[in-house]
Design a protein around this ligand. Structure first.
Ligand code: NAD
Length: 374
């Protein structure tokens, strides 16, 4: 545990060294609302959706320096009872999906982390914002860019933060590659490859129900290649082409993508070539090539440890629990106005949703779809 704490401290220090501290108007407003002393306030979080990832986040929060799990929102009373005893959560901080708007009258909760099926995120985040609480939302933030933008607008109107659970944006080896690229160690970046997928099991789960998932592999795992292309290359794509392959149309019904290959074009002729699939295991690989060097990461976005090689040798940054670092960094974003090296705000989420919308359009039309991410 001692070693892990040191790892976490080192990771958060190196992330801080990379970040440019600045108060955004929103965080300045939040600071003055909550009057926290810098680096001292604990982010008190309620988790909505007590499923497999919600449980992983709850466990990771136990090792946080600045985050405490204080509440739950669930439709299953027996889960609430389990979480109350597992995490010492008081009854007054427990809600269900019908009554959680009352969280607005609960001064002991600062933020709600929405970890439910994708299509539910939009309405749930908007309700959290209307209750005056900061919203942390799992990826994909929504099932379309339009819905994502509505979430951004609602949080802005309510004066609360909207942060997306992009845990890789705080992962030390990932940040080291970004540092290498920024410091010119790779020369001019020219090509990125992102391969993301796994073989999906039970066809009856919500991930295979378009009404709840908004799509198949792309929404769930392909988004890592999209997001990764952007933070690895350090620019925004200007066009996309895409091709879909379905080996099992019985299982992958209309609107549920099994495998999509897609290409993103960036300014100056930089290209990303990516694969998103629910039909292959052991597929978690990033490759970045520049005029002076290269980086290969495998695994690149799984829970870790993240491993990689570069033209200079292996990546050797600390191994951390992604969600622990993510949550502590999110406390710093909310309370100290910290600017992370790679943003995790709602606008960042909307960019990925715009690309997903365009990928689906490119599959349909077979053409090149222009992108304007602003
Ligand atoms: P899960 O099925 O394990 O959990 C989903 C939870 O939502 C369950 O507790 C379920 O009871 C609850 N729920 C509420 N309303 C529901 C409804 N109408 N239908 C079905 N379930 C409902 O799923 P998960 O793997 O925990 O995924 C939840 C979210 O977290 C998804 O958006 C997913 O993309 C995201 N996720 C992110 C990561 C990551 O690494 N960042 C990893 C896994 C999942």
């Amino acid at each position: 545990m001692e070693t892990r704490r040191l790892f976490l401290q080192k990771a958060s220090l190196s992330a801080m060294a990379l970040a440019v501290p600045a108060l955004t108007p929103l965080s300045a407003m939040t600071n003055s609302m909550n009057t926290p002393a810098k680096d001292s306030k604990t982010l008190r979080v309620a988790i909505m959706g007590l499923g497999s990832y919600g449980t992983r986040v709850a466990e990771a929060i136990q090792d946080c320096e600045r985050v405490k799990l204080v509440g739950v929102i669930s439709g299953t009373p027996s889960k609430i009872e389990d979480w109350k005893s597992n995490y010492n959560i008081p009854a007054k901080n427990c809600y269900n999906y019908d009554n959680f708007d009352a969280i607005k009258d609960n001064p002991d909760i600062d933020a709600v982390y929405v970890i439910t099926p994708n299509a539910l995120h939009k309405d749930q985040v908007i309700r959290v914002a209307k209750a005056g609480k900061h919203a942390i939302c799992e990826k994909p933030m929504a099932t379309s860019a339009e819905d994502g933008q509505a979430m951004v607008d609602a949080c802005k109107a309510a004066g609360v933060h909207l942060l997306i659970g992009y845990r890789m944006h705080f992962e030390p080896n990932t940040l080291e590659v970004i540092r290498m690229r920024k410091d010119g160690e790779l020369g001019d970046v020219r090509f990125f490859q992102g391969l993301c997928g796994f073989e999906i099991g039970n066809p009856n789960q919500w991930r295979m129900d378009r009404a709840l998932s908004g799509g198949g592999a792309m929404m769930d795992i392909g988004i890592y290649a999209i997001n990764g292309a952007r933070y690895m290359i350090g620019d925004e794509p200007i066009w996309v082409t895409a091709q879909e392959v379905k080996t099992n149309p019985e299982k992958f019904k209309e609107g549920l993508d099994e495998t999509i290959t897609f290409q993103l074009g960036f300014p100056n002729g930089v290209i990303a070539s990516c694969l998103s699939t629910y039909n292959m295991n052991n597929l978690d690989r990033f490759f970045l090539n520049g005029s002076k060097g290269w980086v290969e990461m495998q695994p690149s976005t799984g829970y870790g440890p993240i491993k990689g090689q570069t033209h200079k040798g292996p990546l050797n940054e600390p191994i951390v629990t992604h969600q622990t670092v993510q949550m502590d960094e999110m406390a710093a974003i909310i309370f100290d106005g910290k600017n992370p090296e790679v943003p995790v705000n709602g606008e960042e989420g909307v960019k990925d949703m715009k690309i997903i919308d365009a990928i689906f359009r490119a599959v349909e039309t077979g053409g090149k779809v222009p992108l304007n991410l602003g």
